[in-house]
Design a binder for this molecule. Sequence first.
Ligand SMILES: NC(=O)c1ccc[n+]([C@@H]2O[C@H](COP(=O)([O-])OP(=O)(O)OC[C@H]3O[C@@H](n4cnc5c(N)ncnc54)[C@H](OP(=O)(O)O)[C@@H]3O)[C@@H](O)[C@H]2O)c1
Length: 312
Amino acid sequence: MKTYVLNEAGSAEQLQLVQLEKPTPNANEVLVKVKALSINPVDIKTRIGKSLYSQLREEGPVILGWDISGTVEAVGSEVKNFRVGDDVFGMINFPGNGKAYAEYVTAPEAHLTKKPKSVPHEEAAGATLAALTAYQVLKRHVKPNDHVLIHSAAGGVGHFAVQIAKILGANVTAITSGKNTAFVKSLGADTIVDYTIQPFEDVIKDQDFALETLSGENLKRTIKVIKKGGGIVTLPSGGIDDEVTKLANEKGINVAFEMVESNGNDMQQIAEWLENGKLKTHIFEVYPFDRLIDAHKQIETGKTRGKVVVAI
Ligand SMILES: NC(=O)c1ccc[n+]([C@@H]2O[C@H](COP(=O)([O-])OP(=O)(O)OC[C@H]3O[C@@H](n4cnc5c(N)ncnc54)[C@H](OP(=O)(O)O)[C@@H]3O)[C@@H](O)[C@H]2O)c1
């Protein structure tokens, strides 16, 4: 099967298309013929030698990728919920070794769910790591009528977070740049702040919760707009330093880093929302498999609206 192997940590050109043997599923795994996969900032961070790179390197040739949609081609002896021919999607083995940049991938059945027939593989593949992140964080921290702030609201995580916060009954304030305000409005945001016109802390206050995507100064400024007793989840790792802790303690709010985890039950909720139209994947661009390197370069710009998907 065709697979992208990362020769060594570095530029996107280090991703090389090679032929490898198809993997064999373990007892609790399925073998999926991949129809579409999506790319995330963690793919870039790992490619350049950060994030999960050392962990993957220890386990042999580095094959990136976690987000797939495809068709079950074989099932392990203990698999209960899937049969050959089922269309499935999910985020495989995260944070671990997903090996999804390939024509075939094995996945624990517990990480997948069935793809609704009405949802194309490209949209399903996009609604995996980014959608799971938004859902797992927001379901832990948001109650109906909460005032919720979403940073990078047009991005992969952000565009799902705006929609899911609305599904959960929150009042949503979204931060984005001017070119994306109409898009973010279409996702259901109640209030939109264009960060290129004014500092968000000049116009936002008393939020119950914020989903923070940039860390550094952005995280410190976000603390100012959260009310006492409220919280922030910051998504980039390593952003909570002594100064952040001090500011949060002074304000009486909780700041935490949380990491998305593979979970087929959470995928099932996302599948239901995709099927009934409450949740929609916005696709920035679909690249063919032989242009996966260009898909990496697009995510690396940090300016993608919605999701970048690769079709096989
Ligand atoms: N902890 C976890 O489990 C977890 C899970 C998922 C993602 N993450 C992390 O969360 C971050 C966001 O992920 P993502 O997938 O949403 O990324 P993404 O899709 O690449 O985000 C792109 C968006 O970020 C916005 N943006 C870029 N620079 C900005 C700035 N200076 N101020 C405000 N917005 C800015 C852009 O909107 P504009 O063009 O409108 O500015 C763009 O739409 C990444 O660091 C990622 O690694 C962590």
